[in-house]
Design a protein around this ligand. Structure first.
Ligand SMILES: Nc1ncnc2c1ncn2[C@@H]1O[C@H](COP(=O)(O)OP(=O)(O)OP(=O)(O)O)[C@@H](O)[C@H]1O
Ligand SMILES: [Mg+2]
Length: 374
């Protein structure tokens, strides 16, 4: 850009010097040639005005005036009345430089403004395009959510219908089992049949529990008491696995409005997952803290922190999906049900994990504004 400008300045300077030399070196009796040279000066003046605007045009016309004036004064005699036409030409040089410069400058400013408007328009167009793409995406999601909810309702009906024949299969299998002794191949087969039926029944029950809406009636629940029950329920499992179980809760009661049984089930699902993921020698710490949101509201944060195998980045967003499991005998409904319960209580459920180091599940529940809580 800078070299481009320098070349233009050099070109203008050379043309002024060249035309001036033609004036100074051409004998005066060839006045028709002088007339031509006189007009040639307009070339650099107009070019300077177009290239550099008002300042460029005026600077060039002044430079031409300075270069041309000694030629009138010393070679033509400088008589004002005789050389009037030449003096007027100098005035004209400056007028042309100024006017052309001004016009070129205005034109340039206008084209910059137009360019800015065009850019603005392009940006608005892009924004509009993005928004319309978003709208299409939202519409697509809505459609698939609609389909999913219909599918969910159908699946719930189906699950309900499966439970009854399952009960009959199990019952008859148990009757058949009585005819054989342990060790008999058929006894083992029927045992497998019963176990698999039970597993199927568990899947269906879990599924129905998830599809069923949460009961609206809620009572005051003590978070610590629910957690103590959960710890008691899993302590045996933890001991067998060689995992240390620690419960760290505040001494004052944290009370939430909710369904104790459901909350217990949610906490139990999380604790079982942690125990299943933690190898012997590991640790599961369940802790509770009360965090104030503002003057009138507080949240209870319940953290399940394990030193298990962790969850990789690709799997983390999928763990809440129904039927997502990495366990051979898992149903993949545990966390889906847990999230439904927690969100049904106005809370949130978040999971952070580092592969090889462990997983932290954070449950946040709004607490009742009791004196102890606030
Ligand atoms: N604490 C954890 N550490 C490592 N992985 C976990 C943890 N909690 C959940 N996961 C992963 O998330 C998946 C889904 O968990 P979820 O509880 O929904 O189903 P599941 O435990 O596989 O089966 P189930 O229905 O019997 O609970 C698990 O299979 C496991 O891969
Ligand atoms: Mg689970």
């Amino acid at each position: 850009m800078k070299t481009h400008m320098n070349i233009r300045v050099l070109l203008l300077a050379l043309s002024i010097v060249g035309i001036s030399l033609l004036h100074y070196l051409t004998p005066l009796h060839l006045h028709y040639l002088h007339d031509i040279f006189q007009r040639l000066y307009y070339l650099p003046i107009i070019l300077a005005a177009i290239w550099f605007g008002l300042r460029g045009g005026l600077t060039c016309s002044l430079a031409v005036s300075v270069a041309y004036a000694p030629h009138i004064l010393f070679q033509w005699g400088g008589e004002l009345t005789l050389e009037m036409e030449k003096y007027l030409e100098i005035v004209l040089y400056n007028i042309v430089g100024a006017v052309t410069g001004l016009l070129a400058q205005r034109e340039r400013e206008r084209s910059i403004e137009l360019q800015k408007t065009a850019e603005g328009l392009e940006q608005s167009y892009k924004k509009l395009q993005e928004q319309s793409e978003q709208l299409i995406e939202i519409e697509k999601n809505l459609r698939s959510a609609e389909k999913l909810s219909t599918l969910g309702e159908m699946a719930a009906v189906l699950a309900h219908e499966i439970r009854n024949p399952l009960g009959s299969i199990r019952g008859t299998a148990e009757i058949l089992k009585d005819d054989y002794r342990p060790g008999d191949a058929k006894y083992e087969f029927i045992d497998i049949q019963i176990r698999e039926t039970e597993r199927l029944n568990r899947v269906v029950e879990d599924f129905l529990r998830m599809a069923r809406p949460l009961p609206t009636e809620t009572v005051r629940c003590r978070v610590q008491a629910e957690l103590e029950t959960v710890v008691m329920l899993v302590s045996n499992d933890a001991r067998e696995r060689g995992v240390t179980l620690v419960l760290d809760t505040p001494s004052t009661d944290v009370v939430v409005n909710g369904n104790g049984e459901k909350l217990r089930q949610a906490f139990l699902n999380i604790a079982i997952n942690s125990l299943q993921a933690t190898p012997a020698g590991g640790r599961l710490t369940i802790s509770t803290v009360l965090s104030r949101v503002d003057e009138a509201a507080a949240m209870c944060e319940i953290k399940f922190c394990d030193t298990g195998k962790g969850i990789d980045r690709e799997s983390l967003p999928r763990i809440f999906e129904p039927f997502y499991t990495t366990k051979p005998d898992g149903t993949g409904l545990g966390l889906a049900i847990t999230r439904k319960i927690i969100e049904g209580h106005g809370g949130t459920l978040n999971v952070e994990s580092l592969v090889g180091l462990g997983t932290t599940v954070l449950v946040r529940l709004p607490v009742l504004p009791t004196e102890e809580n606030l």
